[in-house]
Design a protein around this ligand. Structure first.
Ligand SMILES: [Zn+2]
Length: 80
């Protein structure tokens, strides 16, 4: 009984930790957030988006926004 309760506490703690620590956006070593744009598109994307199959140009999030790119609606990249 006591053991089962302990087990439940551990599981609950793990779920709590996962729920409140979503994976952080991919960041370069200098701390800037990296996103990707395409040659012809007007959106910026996060790594692995299907729209990056044709072309994939790495940019910092700040640069992408400054250059007028908007976040992709499919891959929900980080926003400033
Ligand atoms: Zn995308």
């Amino acid at each position: 009984m006591n053991r089962a309760r302990k087990f439940c506490t551990v599981i609950f703690s793990l779920v709590f930790i996962v729920a409140f620590n979503p994976p952080l956006p991919v960041s370069a070593a200098d701390g800037t957030t990296v996103v990707y744009v395409t040659k012809t598109g007007e959106k910026y994307h996060s790594e692995g988006c299907k729209y990056l199959k044709k072309s994939k140009i790495e940019k910092s999030l700040e640069d992408a926004v400054a250059e007028g790119y908007e976040p992709c609606s499919k891959c929900s990249p980080p926003e400033l």
